[in-house]
Ligand binder design. Structure first.
Ligand code: FES
Ligand SMILES: [Fe+2]
Length: 460
């Protein structure tokens, strides 16, 4: 099925364009090609403990990291915990309603303070010798203080704070004071994603799974669609996995614009309005029986119909480009978050390194949507939101802690989960010479090039 089904050649400097008529400077316009070379990606970076340690000291501690949602801490004392690698952070709404991000560590002898992911605190009290802090991080109780010689308690005893900022309803933190401000770091992502109003979205799914692979093995898989025909063939009838627009930006950011409502050129039947396309038509009120056109006309018909239903999609519906109505605009926020985003909502995937094992990682899947009051609006199926989920925003589902293979991440993501361990295992082979990347995988190359910049001391 793959390979020779498409005629013609590919000009890597031009690439494919989502919209041949896109206006220069518009959000859908293609970014200039970034030449990251043609070198092989060496396998050691996917399993070498020394490489993992360098990543910790040079990358994770120096970049902006997505910690969680502002909406999870509405009231004073509310907190969520964010663990990444060997660190743990508490993101807390203070008594003054300010958000603070603090290292989750006791100033007495270093015990981790809080052992749950969400909750409300009246104070932060250590379980070991009962020192305590206010929810704002100020020291308020030292057990048997008189038994410490005064010099021992000199200097700040408050919890250590870390730099943070808020964007799109997400709290980000950065352990490095020298890193640029978050908005500068995110670059084009901020204006490009503003129209979706991420800050107004509600959480309808929150899943955490440990996968037996390096975090980059998994990120790589979500930066390309080259594997779709092989492991997700069921989506080819309504997804053009070949003609994608890939855009590479500063600071390792990138995107791919994925045409939904269009048949893959790899699919055997190019003309019939197949069941999936018929479903997309029906969703926007077009009777598939009376459609009277070919498969190639469906995407545009759905876009136009959906634009007319703008009241269902919220007040800014008129600000979307037509192809945003159908397509999946998939952005990568370096180093470890992807946003597959639609007017209805976003699939947010976060890839966290394990605390000590380079061949384990934590895969977080969050689905955010604009609250749905109109039952006609449907969440794209690949997001894996289960039947019966409350999509009105009145309840926030609890985080589920899954084991790979449980199936709770949704069928398409589960297919990735089954494939990844085979890739991780093969990286070790003495017979593997290094990854050879196509231009369909240019975002993977861009990602690794940016990691190298951190490791080689080229960043701030
Ligand atoms: S380690 Fe926390 S009070 Fe002793
Ligand atoms: Fe996949």
């Amino acid at each position: 099925m793959a390979g020779d089904c498409k005629a013609g050649s590919y000009d890597y400097r031009k690439g494919w364009l989502l919209n041949e008529k896109s206006v220069d400077g518009s959000f859908e316009a293609k970014a200039p090609y970034v030449d990251n070379g043609t070198g092989l990606v060496e396998p050691q970076r996917y399993f070498d403990p020394a490489f993992m340690r360098r990543e910790w000291s040079e990358l994770w501690t120096r970049t902006w990291l997505l910690a969680g949602r502002v909406s999870d801490i509405p009231e004073p004392g509310d907190f969520f915990r964010f663990n990444v690698g060997s660190e743990s952070f508490l993101v807390v709404r203070g008594t003054d309603r300010e958000i603070r991000v603090m290292y989750n560590v006791c100033q007495h002898r270093g015990a981790r303070l809080v052992a749950s992911d969400f909750g409300n605190l009246k104070e932060i009290r250590c379980r070991y010798h009962s020192w305590a802090w206010t929810v704002n991080g100020a020291i308020c109780d030292i057990t048997d203080r008189e038994t410490f010689r005064p010099e021992v308690l000199e200097g700040s005893l408050d919890l250590s704070k870390v730099r943070h900022d808020v964007w799109g309803g997400f709290v980000f933190l950065c352990m490095d004071e020298k890193a640029p401000p978050l908005a500068e770091f995110l670059g084009v992502l901020e204006p490009h994603l503003a129209v979706y109003r991420l800050e107004d979205m509600v959480t309808v799914k929150d899943v955490e799974v440990e996968w037996p692979a390096n975090w980059k093995t998994v990120v790589d898989a979500f930066l390309e669609s080259y594997h779709v025909h092989a492991i997700h063939p069921e989506i080819l009838p309504f997804y053009d996995d070949y003609h994608q627009q890939w855009d590479l930006y500063e600071h390792g950011m990138s995107r791919m614009l994925m045409k939904f409502g269009a048949v893959s050129p790899r699919h055997e039947d190019q003309d019939s309005v197949n069941d999936f396309l018929a479903g997309m038509l029906a969703e926007v009120g077009i009777d598939p029986e009376g459609f009277g056109k070919a498969a190639g006309d469906v995407r545009e018909a759905v876009q136009k119909a959906k634009m007319k239903l703008s009241d269902r999609l919220g007040p800014t519906a008129g600000d979307y480009a037509l192809n945003q109505m159908t397509d999946d605009w998939a952005y990568f926020a370096f180093p470890n978050v992807t946003f597959n985003i639609h007017p209805e909502g976003a699939l947010v995937q976060r890839f966290r390194p394990h605390e000590s094992d380079p061949e384990k990682m934590i895969y977080d899947v969050t689905v955010l949507i604009h609250p749905i009051r109109d039952p006609a609006i449907q969440i794209p199926a690949y997001m894996g939101v289960e039947e019966g989920t409350d999509c009105t925003g009145s309840t926030r589902p609890q985080r589920r802690y899954l084991t790979r293979g449980d199936g709770g991440v949704g069928p398409v993501l589960e297919q990735d989960g089954r494939m990844i361990p085979f890739v991780q295992a093969g990286m070790h082979s003495r017979g593997f010479r290094g990854a050879r990347l196509s231009e369909q995988e240019q975002r993977v190359r861009h990602f690794h090039r940016e990691i190298d910049r951190y490791l080689d001391g080229e960043k701030w």
